[in-house]
Design a protein around this ligand. Sequence first.
Ligand code: ZN
Length: 280
Amino acid sequence: MSGKTHRVQVGEITCLVLHEGSMAGRGLLQDAFPTAPADEIDAVCQNFGQGDKRPESHMNALFIESGGIRILVDTGMGEVAGPNFGFIPAALQSEGISAGDIDIVFITHFHGDHFNGLLNEDGAPRYPNSRPITTQVEWDHWTDEAVLQAMNAEHAAGLRMVVNAFKDRFSFLNPGDTLAPGVTLVDMSGHSPGHTGLLIESNGEHLLDVVDLLHILPQFTYPHWHFVFDSDGSLAERSRKRMLARAADENLLTLFYHLPFPGLGHITRTDGGAFAFQPV
Ligand SMILES: [Zn+2]
């Protein structure tokens, strides 16, 4: 399953979904979504094939080439996550793109499954010619010493390695700013303080990358479910409902980092403020 890609041409912009990896679930569904009512958890287990109540784990990063600029959006876990993950470099290579060809690495948020792959196993930058970019809000939060002291030790160690390796090299953009021609940052905060997606548009065609706006398919039916790793579950829920509604109303092809590969599809509104997903 290594090295899988899925090509999407958005007008003049070339996009490749890059399969970082997939793994059978380990934790219980209720533990991953602690605010979900038990009857809804049971309904999901009966209706969505989550028989053992353990959600699968998938990761889909994105490569964008626009105006001659080659962008990698998130870097995955890297090899440290074991044999099921770390396939982004192989996916790029299968398209003839080497790590040295990447001009910009954009980090949507500083959770390990999105930034750990910035460094290779030796602790050196994996994309040596790239400029790392994130949002100011996200950087300021995760480099705050008080935050680092209070958080999970493994996550904090990964952050400290990245901060040390890239201290003066990161640059910062804000929602509404342009990353490359036709590629605009979109605020989707809540999962983390500066969690940011991208709207890619060219010649009237669109791709919306919503990254971690939701984590499993049942959250289309139950968009009020908060994920255990949301930094602000209520804000994440408002962002989720707002962006899913926009994607539905504007019929935008949408990419989800954590849905089964390639994590692409269209969204429709259903009864009671819920949504449905039609994968490509
Ligand atoms: Zn994630």
